[in-house]
Design a protein. Structure first.
Length: 181
């Protein structure tokens, strides 16, 4: 266990003597590892003389914190006004099914994280989905499904990108099960 938490000692040392260090420490840990590991949260609790429940409570209160690793590729669905009017809700539903995880979550194979974004600012291309760094506009639910299915690696038991029917891992701490809060 010492090996898994040794990576945050420098962060704790820099926070020494600072009041209100909990949220900045959690942000720095997440920046380093992509999510908040349980062992790191326990170490932060001991360092700040807080209960593990207090640290976990903060981590689960704020949507910015993740308690599971993010997927290797992030799929972002724009939910801005133009995209909403042009059907992004149906696209999001289709992607949840295709990837096997809810918005705010990560697929069981850790290949994909699915996120909702307020607005990309690409309204003329609405509805918009960003896969990794690639922007895809004027999508339909079927086009979005084909887009991710063409990128999902063939995994034994899942066929060629078909959903396994699993719900996937939760992504943000404040959205248990990937559900909206």
């Amino acid at each position: 266990m010492q090996e898994t938490t040794a990576g945050i000692d420098d962060l704790l040392e820099r926070a020494s003597g600072q009041g209100g260090a909990l949220i900045p420490l959690l942000q720095q840990i997440q920046e380093r590892y992509g999510y908040l590991r349980a062992a790191d949260m326990e170490k932060v609790a001991r360092f700040l003389k807080l209960s593990p429940a207090e640290v976990y409570g903060v981590a689960t209160f704020y949507a910015q914190f993740r308690l599971v690793p993010p997927g290797r590729t992030t799929v972002k669905v724009c939910r801005g006004t133009a995209c909403h009017v042009r059907g992004s809700a149906k696209i999001l539903q289709e992607l949840e099914t295709a990837l096997g995880c809810k918005a705010g979550g990560t697929s069981e194979d850790l290949e994909y994280s699915l996120e909702k974004i307020a607005c990309f600012g690409a309204c003329s291309l609405a509805p918009v989905v960003v896969v990794g760094e690639d922007v895809h506009g004027r999508l339909t639910p079927d086009k979005a499904k084909k887009l991710v299915k063409s990128r999902v690696p063939r995994v034994e038991g899942r066929g060629n990108g078909e959903s396994s029917g699993q719900t996937g891992r939760t992504g943000t701490a404040s959205q248990p099960g990937g559900r909206e809060g």
